[in-house]
Design a binder for this molecule. Structure first.
Ligand SMILES: C[S@@+](CC[C@H](N)C(=O)[O-])C[C@H]1O[C@@H](n2cnc3c(N)ncnc32)[C@H](O)[C@@H]1O
Length: 266
């Protein structure tokens, strides 16, 4: 496991979250909405808006059981559970993020619909054929063994189940600006090309329904939406401005690309 950023204790992350909410004018004693938290808990490129777009594409239904892998603070899981009414299980490696996810599920009144499990995507604590859909945003970039990852996802999905994801992939030249949001140095960054990603997905039992490069759309939108928010990932990510700047520059220069996809179990 690579160190994505400084790891806080569960108590630290709860205090940081509650302090940030109050500083942003939100009262944690009142029920909060997933939208109000969106700038804090969608820990991936494009944030809350990217999650809403993937939600449209993934075609998940209210009756589906969904697994969010590498769920972080479970912002996307709360969006899915509140927008669709589905049951979501979160799998997250970091115990402190799990604690933050449990706290935010309670503050949004969604704890009955969202389960939080601490564990690894490479050895998932779920039986075969458990889920109708698997959701994953900005997680595979830290997992070197893509074949094991995708085989595990295929295993826990029911026949015909969907895998909806977004990830950074390798571009035409090597990444050279560090730290990046997912990697302090090159050894932490496990990017493969889009072609290799699709090829391993196919060999692991998936067929593509959708696969697209959203790098340019993301860069254009990021330039237009520069409005600062009181809530931000900076609550728990060190050196956020430097890391985000390096990611933007890497995207602009084609060292990395942003892709998303919806694949189905064959
Ligand atoms: C960039 S964050 C994305 C969080 C969440 N998907 C989101 O978009 O808000 C990546 C997350 O993946 C988790 N992660 C990394 N490797 C993992 C693994 N092998 N198994 C489970 N979670 C993992 C990290 O702990 C981190 O919370």
């Amino acid at each position: 496991m690579v160190s994505l950023e400084r790891h806080y204790s569960a108590r630290d992350i709860e205090v940081r979250i509650l302090t940030a909410l109050r500083a942003a004018g939100l009262n944690p004693e009142n029920r909060l909405s997933p939208e109000e938290l969106g700038a804090l808990d969608h820990f991936h490129t494009g944030g809350f808006q990217a999650s809403c777009e993937l939600l449209e594409l993934a075609q998940i239904r209210a009756e589906d059981r969904v697994l969010d892998i590498g769920a972080g603070l479970a912002g996307p899981a709360r969006l899915l559970a509140s927008a669709l009414g589905c049951r979501v299980d979160c799998l997250e490696l970091s115990p402190d993020y799990c604690a933050g996810a449990v706290l935010l599920n309670r503050l949004t009144g969604l704890e009955d619909r969202i389960g939080v499990h601490q564990g690894s995507a490479l050895d998932m604590p779920f039986s075969d054929d458990s889920f109708d859909a698997v959701w994953m945003q900005n997680v595979g970039m830290n997992i070197a063994d893509k074949r094991k990852l995708y085989t595990e996802i295929c295993r826990v999905l029911k026949p015909g189940g969907r895998f909806a994801f977004q990830e950074m992939v390798a571009g035409k030249t090597a990444t050279s600006y560090f730290p990046l949001p997912w990697a302090t140095d090159p050894a932490d960054s496990c990017l493969v090309s889009a072609e290799e990603m699709c090829s391993v997905l196919g060999e692991s039992g998936f067929i593509a329904e959708l696969f697209e490069d959203t790098s340019d759309a993301h860069l254009n939108r990021a330039a237009a939406n520069a409005a600062p928010s009181q809530l931000s990932l900076g609550v728990f990510v060190d050196n956020l401005a430097l890391k985000a700047g390096n990611a933007r520059r890497s995207l602009q220069e084609g060292q990395i690309r942003l892709v998303r996809g919806v694949f189905r179990v064959k």
